[in-house]
Design a protein around this ligand. Structure first.
Ligand code: ADP
Ligand code: ASP
Ligand code: MG
Length: 409
């Protein structure tokens, strides 16, 4: 028997008709002889709705209680899907994260899975049942409900696949796979048949939310056979691969964007050892992740430092930076949350020069000013004004010829 872990995202279970369609799909796969674990998200919009309710009742609501609330979204869809399966004559059982022992640490809101005791799931499968598991949630060592962070149902699916030794983990979503760019922004974007795990990891962490970043990390660590497909259309989807792809691979696999960051600048600080540490240290101590950092030395021997943080951490970071600025007698502090990060990703960059030139040239032609740049072995990211996000993504997609099937180096 083939064991499949299938995950259906929020849009795919967004209303009763769609839940019925998922039930048809699962029933068919079951009838074909597959053993199945199905992970579902909350109905689309539900997690946002619940978060807003919490904020209305208490803007500083305890993280533990927020998790109790948010986890209910997935409890609704597991039950409904199981009922729909029963109606089709398929034996199914729904479980919350804690019921199937998805054990996590206690970091509410972004808990990490520590282990899964899959005995109960295995027993159900052995008895011929389809097991339906709530995504996005787990339980800590004190039986507190935890959630894994937004998009976390992808992590649940990959972790279940790892624990169960599944033959394939299938992420069903509202597009037909992983594309060269978000198809909602670039109509010419192409579905990729395959993508390497390292490129997928970069794309996800740079903003392509089609797979949650930690789910890709997890898949890479355990080499889980992972595929992204459409919940609505039949098709091959995109396979995540763990080997380098053949040489005629295009240089660039995809373009990602992120509008969740904000930029902070401190100017006129002494150019001396330890200065970056004294600025970034207090921000990190407040559990804020600093992403891009740029330092410039001015003609007068002072220096400026600019960095980006998540928008949610913007106000907190600005406050900390303002205090640091006083201590260091900095000239001033600047801040800007109207920014977007555009990134090009491809393993082909390792062996080819000129990618940055093509990127900068294309943006310049459109009059898009680059505020910050950062690079790694397989990606280049730039920060631009956020009003240029869509134009920027389309421009880069075109500049690298991603609408064509293959682009020779
Ligand atoms: P789900 O609810 O199924 O988890 P998500 O909304 O989290 O779905 O992720 C799917 C969305 O990711 C798509 O609708 C698409 O707009 C977006 N997306 C961003 N970048 C890409 C990309 N490179 N390829 C495919 N989809 C992408
Ligand atoms: N329902 C959660 C969210 O909206 C988890 C998920 O959909 O993967 O983030
Ligand atoms: Mg998602």
């Amino acid at each position: 028997m083939t064991l499949l872990v299938e995950k259906y995202g929020g849009t795919s279970v967004g209303d009763v008709a769609r839940i019925n369609a998922v039930a048809d799909k699962v029933a068919k796969s079951r009838a074909d002889g597959n053993d199945m674990v199905v992970v579902v998200s909350a109905m689309s919009g539900e997690t946002n709705r619940l978060s807003e309710l919490a904020a209305e009742v208490n803007p500083l609501a305890p993280a533990r209680e927020i998790d109790v609330l948010l986890s209910t979204g997935e409890q609704v869809t597991i039950a409904l899907l199981s009922m729909a399966l029963h109606r089709r004559g398929v034996e199914a059982r729904s479980y919350t994260g804690s019921q199937v022992h998805i054990r996590t640490d206690s970091v509410h809101g972004r808990a990490r899975i520590l282990d899964i005791d899959d005995a109960r799931v295995r027993a159900d499968i052995a008895d011929g049942r389809v097991v339906v598991v709530a995504g996005f949630q787990g339980v800590d060592h004190e039986q507190n409900i935890t959630t894994l962070g937004r998009g976390g149902s992808d992590i649940t699916a990959v972790a279940m696949a790892a624990a169960m030794g599944a033959d394939e983990c299938r992420i069903y979503t509202d597009v037909e796979g992983v594309y060269t760019a978000d198809p909602r922004i670039v109509p010419e974007a192409r579905r990729l048949d395959r993508i390497t795990v390292e490129e997928m990891l970069e794309l996800a962490s740079l903003g392509a939310k089609v797979l949650q970043t930690r789910s890709v990390e997890f898949a890479g660590k355990y080499r889980i056979p992972l595929r992204v497909l459409s919940a609505f259309e039949d098709g091959p989807g995109t396979l995540i691969t763990y080997e380098e792809l053949p040489m005629e691979q295009p240089l660039i696999s995809g373009i990602a964007y992120n509008k969740d960051e904000a930029k902070l600048t401190i100017r006129g600080i002494p150019d001396e050892p330890g200065i970056a540490y004294r600025i970034v240290g207090p921000i990190s101590d407040a559990h804020v992740n600093v992403d891009m950092i740029v330092q410039n030395v001015g003609a007068d021997g002072t220096t400026d430092l600019t960095f980006t943080v998540h928008r949610n951490d913007y106000k907190k970071s600005l406050q900390i930076l303002t205090e640091t600025a006083k201590k260091l007698k900095a000239r001033d502090v600047g801040s800007d949350d109207n920014i977007a990060k555009l990134s090009v990703v491809g393993v082909g960059m390792r062996s080819h020069a000129g990618i940055a030139t093509t990127m900068f040239h294309a943006l310049a032609n459109e009059g898009i000013n680059i505020q910050m740049i950062s690079t790694s072995e397989i990606k280049i990211s730039v920060v631009v004004e956020d009003k240029y996000l869509e134009l920027g993504v389309r421009t880069l997609h075109k500049a690298f010829g991603l609408e064509n099937a293959t682009v020779k180096p």
